[in-house]
Design a protein around this ligand. Structure first.
Ligand code: ADP
Ligand code: ZN
Length: 738
């Protein structure tokens, strides 16, 4: 699909020109001269000079519209080197980057920089010298030599350093043994071979609903671009079903990418994939060591990895032959990147699939309203799994109205919830308490003068973390010790924790259920997938009676012994004036509820709230996702809000308030006329969190009911705007919160 005119042109006089895109905030490639008599093709990775520097760039197609005045050939500098060892970025991938940049209103070079910083990973590591025992005895034996031979016998070949370390000797002992023929040295390529998945390794017996769904997905795999929503309650077997599509794509010889939202979740899924396909998939996420990340990268870009499971950034890896993209938990907010390039991995997965002319499958129990609308508009196909697999029933959900069932003062577990937990503990079953609030208490105040401890850099309260022994700002990470005296009135020992965090809830639970074995699962204490996995395994082995956690417990885990789930504060998130608050609350509560009763034992869920009449909670209690979706779609339609209209948020920030306000006013003066479009610009207004990291923030919202022409409009607006270096402008297309 290379388009004509994209190959480097020969300029009539002299050597060929190549257009090289650099990983810098430029919108277009720069012209260079081809080195010697070779003209690097589009996609090739090259080193070029840029002022006094050398930069790695990629030979690009001509920019569309190509209005840059051609630079006289005499002024051009030559490409320094063509990096033949690094795989070229193919047409479809370059096009993916181009469209990403256009959609998110970012310079193309910025988008490229997400890719180029990894290009070097493709270089194979240097081979290492390893040693194994030959069975021969050295002419002279010493105790040190004996220990080395002992360490080497029966073990896989090791480096001299490793061997010496195990034996507790110096590396010269190893060398000496090699010289005498007792050890044999050889070179080992550092990448061990990868076990390959087998599409038919362990095919599960599907029930009729699952079979129908799997057939639909399998058909899609054979047929170019399509998007299918696979929707079904938690425990319906969605994973088993989409694995059939994965198998189909594998059997057709393609690579498959499965995107997953939470790193803590990947380990369990990795295990399931390994079982289903007889070999573990390659993983891609931020928890990988540098070495593992490089290895994973090489395996993906060479095509050795047939299945990759990864966090959102895996989408921007140059897979050579991607045949299917699955986005599991497609509604999950962690697919939205909130710094650097503000992209949404689900939306970009669909885009990448369309460019590749391959299918995408979106999977969820509570699909995003964007996806629901695309289904209704006929753009996406829809496959449903209406029931839980096997005997597992959906849990009974009870709303506990805290206006009636009040917990004692300073406590958060109501009598009905306490009793439910007690019953399940007495029956030898497990319980889970969910509170989506990290730390010990969200607010610390002085009960002598009323002073509240606030972050010095942000418009935010400091959150007490008892395990870490610190007060912390959840916006900028600022930390401090809890002072003994009130910073305002000086009173001693009068700073009091206010409201519950998950740590405080654990304290309350420990007092109520002293015999229960408690585990606390929150991102502050669980760092990385291994730790998460340990906790999950302990839970699965029944070594934990009562799990207490934030949203990281809500996702994807199957706990067969878990029968009672308590949602401690369902009102968190229902308020807040955020457009997606209700949707998120619904999704999160549905997920938590989905943890209960996944095996033979029926589950129950108690949801504590001050608003039992809330339609979100009512729909949840009836397991009526459709009713919730219907209501929510109606109110968004009425307000012209996404998914019916489209938004772009622009946040301007500067270190001084006056400067930020002035620059915002200047931006406001540059707002172009909307012509006959339905585009409106709101603002500038102080951003909801007015100060973050010491920067004062003003926000504009650009909206359009039809959603058309938003990006060109914003580009037009910003075309001639020049901001001083101290100012920053963040553009967020399809913002999640604003
Ligand atoms: P979902 O992704 O919809 O939440 P899962 O795929 O995790 O559901 O399935 C829930 C549980 O039921 C898992 O333990 C899974 O292995 C099991 N399961 C689902 N379908 C089948 C099947 N056809 N055969 C055997 N086990 C199944
Ligand atoms: Zn802060």
């Amino acid at each position: 699909m290379s388009d004509p005119g994209s190959s480097p042109r020969l300029v009539a006089s002299g050597p060929a020109r190549v257009k090289v895109l650099l990983p810098l905030p430029f919108g277009e490639p720069y012209d260079y001269l081809a080195p010697g008599d070779r003209v690097p093709p589009p996609g090739a990775v090259v080193r070029v000079p840029l002022g006094p520097r050398e930069v790695t760039g990629v030979v690009w197609d001509e920019p569309e519209g190509g209005d840059a005045a051609p630079v006289a050939a005499a002024k051009l500098k030559p490409v320094l080197e063509i990096l033949d060892g690094l795989p070229a970025l193919d047409d479809a991938f370059r096009r993916f980057l181009t469209v990403t940049a256009r959609y998110y209103i970012r310079p193309l070079g910025d988008v490229l920089s997400m890719v180029t910083r990894r290009l070097g990973h493709a270089r194979p590591p240097r081979p290492v010298t390893v040693y194994r025992a030959t069975g021969e005895t050295p002419k002279r034996m010493t105790p040190a030599r004996e220990r080395v031979l002992e360490a080497a016998s029966g073990a896989p070949p090791m480096t001299a350093k490793d061997l010496a370390e195990i034996a507790g000797v110096g590396p010269s002992v190893v060398k000496g043994l090699a010289e005498q023929g007792a050890l044999e040295a050889f070179e080992r390529a550092a990448d061990p071979p990868l076990a390959q998945p087998d599409p038919a390794a362990r095919r599960p017996e599907l029930n009729p609903d699952q079979k129908q769904a799997a057939d639909a997905l399998r058909r899609a795999v054979g047929q170019g671009f399509s998007v299918t929503l696979l929707e079904g309650v938690t425990g319906a077997g969605k994973t088993e079903v989409y694995c059939e599509a994965v198998a189909e794509a594998l059997a057709a010889g393609h690579q498959v990418l499965v995107l997953l939202p939470e790193i803590a979740l990947t380990q369990q899924i990795v295990g399931r994939f390994a079982e289903r396909f007889g070999a573990a998939p390659v993983q891609w996420h931020s928890g990988l060591s540098d070495r593992d990340r490089r290895l994973a990268y090489r395996r993906i870009v060479t095509g050795e990895a047939r299945i990759a499971v990864g966090a959102r950034s895996a989408l921007y890896l140059p897979f050579p032959d991607l045949g299917l993209i699955v986005v599991d938990e497609e509604h999950d907010t962690s697919y939205k990147q909130e710094d650097g390039l503000h992209y949404h991995a689900r939306d970009m997965a669909v885009l990448r699939a369309s460019i590749l002319e391959r299918p995408a499958v979106l999977v969820s129990a509570t699909p995003s309203l964007e996806t629901v609308k695309n289904v209704r508009d006929g753009r996406y196909a829809h496959v449903r799994l209406p029931q839980r697999y096997g005997v597992a029933e959906l849990p009974a959900i009870t709303l506990v109205d805290l206006r009636e069932a009040r917990p004692p003062p300073g406590r958060w577990i109501s009598p009905p919830l306490e009793q439910a937990v007690r019953e399940s503990l007495e029956a030898g079953e497990q319980a889970l308490l969910f509170l989506n609030r990290r730390g010990y208490a969200p607010l610390t105040l002085c009960d002598a003068c009323g002073f509240r401890l606030q972050c010095p850099h942000c418009t935010a309260w400091l959150v007490e973390h008892r395990y870490l022994g610190r007060l912390q700002c959840h916006h900028c990470g600022y930390e401090t010790r809890k002072p003994k005296e009130c910073p305002s009135c000086g009173a001693e020992d009068r700073l009091k924790a206010c409201g519950p965090g998950v740590e405080r809830l654990a304290e309350e639970a420990a007092a109520l259920f002293p015999e229960a074995r408690l585990a606390l699962m929150t991102s502050d204490l669980v760092r990385g997938p291994e730790q998460a996995e340990k906790l999950i395994e302990a839970m699965n082995r029944g070594e934990v009676d009562l799990m207490i956690g934030t949203q990281i417990v809500a996702k994807g885990h199957n706990f067969p012994g878990l029968t009672t789930v308590g949602v401690v504060d369902a009102d968190l998130g229902l308020e807040g004036g955020d457009l997606r608050a209700a949707e998120r609350t619904h999704q999160l509560l549905h997920q938590v509820a989905g943890r209960a009763g996944r095996a033979e034992k029926p589950g129950r869920v108690l949801v504590q709230t001050h608003q039992s009449e809330s339609p979100v909670l009512q729909a949840l209690a009836r397991h009526d996702t459709d009713a919730f979706v219907e209501r929510e779609l109606d109110s968004r339609r009425a307000a012209g809000m996404p998914p019916f209209g489209r938004l772009v948020a622009l946040v301007l920030s500067a270190p001084e308030h006056a400067q930020a306000r002035e620059l915002a006013a200047m931006l406001a003066r540059a707002v172009p006329g909307a012509g006959d479009s339905d585009i409106r610009v709101l603002g500038p207004a102080p951003a909801p969190i007015a100060v973050v990291r010491g920067r004062h923030r003003f926000r504009f919202l650009v909206s359009s009911r039809s959603g058309r022409a938003l990006q060109p409009y914003v580009r037009q607006w910003l075309k001639d705007v020049k901001l001083p270096a101290a100012a920053r402008l963040v553009i967020d297309v399809d913002p999640h919160s604003f």
